[in-house]
Design a protein around this ligand. Structure first.
Ligand code: COA
Length: 205
């Protein structure tokens, strides 16, 4: 999506930035991991395919992607942005007839960053952005049945089970954004600030 191509979302511990070509090499290394392929139900891609994917995600108007950076590292101008990367978060508009429905995906790719509350922070920031900027009213997430951590994360955020496929080994959780959910989420992400990405990045140097 082009809507976030110059958007930076500042959180408490993370900074979300649009997925650019300069992020692709590190992303490609992450997705070479069999563990992450399994947890995110992804197929391995060549580096060239990964560049094509990055560019199509930027152009397609049904997918909004942010790369997650370590805020503390990124604040240090001498550290290249690629070295601050720790994961990604997306929303897909899966139903062309209902652009208020979004599927969420999150990945804290660097194991040393897991279990520190970042997944929760990142998902809540993405959901707030999706509600306020993309007018999303319903979220869904598909999770492998053996991914207990991710299931626990989304249930904690108020998602409930919609369906379970033993065949695909996958559960679908969902959440409608009513007024109560909206105000809780916006309250929980009151710390979030939106900046211009290009300007903020130039100011690092
Ligand atoms: C799943 C994932 C996004 C969770 O992010 P995280 O930063 O590790 O999780 P958080 O520290 O924010 O924890 C959020 C909640 O998840 C649950 N959780 C986290 N670590 C857990 C663990 N080791 N065991 C059980 N539950 C756990 C808890 O409910 C936790 O809430 P709490 O701390 O308030 O109790 C992350 O581990 C990840 O990206 N893993 C690999 C890729 C993946 O599985 N992506 C999801 C595909 S659907």
């Amino acid at each position: 999506m082009r809507i976030n191509e110059n958007t930076l979302l500042e959180g408490k511990n993370v900074v979300l930035v649009p997925y650019n070509a300069e992020h692709v090499p590190r992303y490609h290394v992450w997705m070479g991991s069999e563990e992450l392929q399994k947890l995110t139900a992804s197929e391995p891609l060549s580096l060239e395919q990964e560049y094509e994917m990055q560019s199509s995600w930027r152009e397609d108007d049904d997918k909004c992607t942010f790369i997650v950076l370590d805020k503390q590292k990124w604040a240090e101008p001498s550290v290249p942005e690629e070295q601050c990367m720790l994961g990604d978060v997306n929303v897909f508009l899966t139903d062309p007839d209902d652009r208020s429905l979004a599927e969420v995906e999150v990945m804290i790719a660097e194991p040393s960053y897991r279990g520190r509350g970042l997944g929760k922070e990142v998902v809540q920031m993405m959901m707030t952005y999706a509600i306020t900027r993309l007018d999303i009213k319903k979220f869904e997430v598909k999770i492998g049945l053996d991914n207990g951590v991710s299931i626990a994360l989304f249930k904690k955020l108020g998602f409930a089970e919609l369906s379970l496929s033993e065949v695909f080994g996958e559960v679908t959780l969902g959440m409608d954004v009513d007024e109560a959910v909206r105000s809780l989420l916006l309250g929980n992400t009151g710390f979030m600030k939106e900046h211009e990405y290009g300007k903020s990045r130039d100011n690092r140097h």
